[in-house]
Design a protein around this ligand. Structure first.
Ligand SMILES: [Zn+2]
Length: 141
């Protein structure tokens, strides 16, 4: 069928043009999907159950992958600093944000509905919620 169309050179050019248009649309579509994924990861929240990062003795396991260990240590710091304060509504923990090149610090608060700790960077979109932090070794409350 395509061969028949291509016998006429004008129509053949039209078919080629359509193919190029489809290719361009595919590229646009792929770039939209990529940007959407970037956007989603940029606004992603770290929802963490503190006990999932601890071994049976309540410590951060040394054999944990580096990235998970760093995140666990960060959360331990946030719990430690946040639970030292009891009066402040928003707690300035002074902890540096772990996002590359970000110069922000972490503010935190207790969520009224469940006492989870909500933390957020002062400069970037980095934020998260820590649950089941009570009775961990960083709980100062
Ligand atoms: Zn940040």
């Amino acid at each position: 069928m395509i061969q028949n169309i291509c016998q006429d050179s004008d129509q053949c050019i039209m078919v080629l043009g359509l193919k190029i248009k489809v290719k361009r649309l595919k590229i646009i579509f792929v770039s939209i999907v990529m940007n959407f994924n970037r956007l989603i990861s940029a606004i992603a929240m770290y929802i963490s159950n503190m006990t999932h990062f601890l071994d049976e003795t309540g410590n951060i396991p040394t054999q944990m992958p580096k990235e998970a260990r760093e995140l666990a240590s960060f959360m331990a710091l946030v719990v430690d600093e946040t639970t030292k304060e009891s009066d402040a509504y928003i707690i300035c923990t002074g902890i540096r944000c772990f996002k590359k090149k970000c110069l922000g610090t972490i503010n935190s608060e207790f969520l009224i509905e469940n006492d989870d700790i909500h933390w957020a960077c002062t400069k970037c979109k980095n934020e998260g919620v820590i649950s089941f932090w009570q009775s961990t070794r960083w709980d100062n409350s």
